[in-house]
Design a protein around this ligand. Structure first.
Ligand code: ADP
Ligand code: 5GP
Length: 208
């Protein structure tokens, strides 16, 4: 088992995965965020290359035909995909021991099929009412987009069984504590730590 953590964070839109992703990256600098490609337009606070690689549909479809994506899907009427190059870049960077994917259930299913060791976390809102409130509160999309995302939430939640862990994001700090716990537990898996026991058995000192 590789000690490189592949972690998927998924949720219906507005449940808080972008917020939790940022907190996770601040806490674990050894995790690298997988910057997806999308045909969606950037929001006001988003930067090309940091939040997404923003491309037009033609460019995206060319990448699909070239086999550039590990997974891709249509979500809320836009195309989103994780490029293979993005993961290879992260694997080659010193000090990076894992990758965080903010992707939907369709992408999670495709990655799981190719990399069964992937860890999937699904974030639930405390209620559908609260989800709608958060979607509106973000104030970065039109009413039509908010409605469309809210309608899709039901389908997304129906796919919860594709994930290993479910976290309810009611109080943000509590949800983050659960997420942090999952990362720590996954890093401690025997398959990833066997070399430490072997080192001790050889009479040497273990590292982290
Ligand atoms: P997603 O990435 O899942 O679409 P965001 O992280 O953008 O969701 O969160 C949607 C909105 O809800 C944002 O305005 C965010 O600040 C807010 N939010 C996130 N988590 C909580 C929480 N636990 N309580 C209240 N508001 C939250
Ligand atoms: P948003 O437009 O709010 O940034 O993202 C909308 C949805 O697309 C979210 O569920 C998000 O997780 C998903 N998404 C973002 N990037 C990717 C990707 O590369 N692949 C897939 N399958 N979904 C993605």
């Amino acid at each position: 088992m590789s000690d490189f953590l592949l972690l998927i964070l998924s949720s219906p839109s507005g449940a808080g995965k972008t917020t939790l992703t940022r907190m996770l990256l601040d806490t674990f600098p050894e995790l690298c965020f997988s910057v997806s490609h999308t045909t969606r337009s950037p929001r006001k606070n988003e930067l090309d290359g940091r939040d997404y690689h923003f491309v037009d549909r033609e460019h995206f479809e060319t990448l699909v035909h070239e086999g550039a994506f590990l997974e891709w899907a249509e979500v809320h009427g836009n195309l989103y995909g994780t490029s293979i190059a993005e993961i290879e870049r992260a694997r080659g960077r010193t000090g990076i021991h894992g990758m965080l994917f903010d992707i939907d259930y369709q992408g999670a299913r495709q990655i799981r099929a190719k990399a069964p060791e992937v860890v999937g976390v699904f974030i639930l809102p405390p209620s559908m009412g609260e989800l709608e409130k958060r979607l509106r509160g973000r104030a970065s999309e039109s009413e039509e987009v908010v409605q469309r995302r809210f309608r899709t939430a039901q389908t997304e939640i129906e796919h919860y069984a594709l994930f290993d862990y479910l976290i309810v994001n009611d109080k943000l700090e509590d949800a983050f504590k659960h997420l942090e716990g999952i990362v720590l537990a996954e890093r401690s898996r025997r398959g990833k730590r066997a070399h430490l026991a072997e080192t001790l058995l050889r009479g040497q000192k273990t590292g982290q």
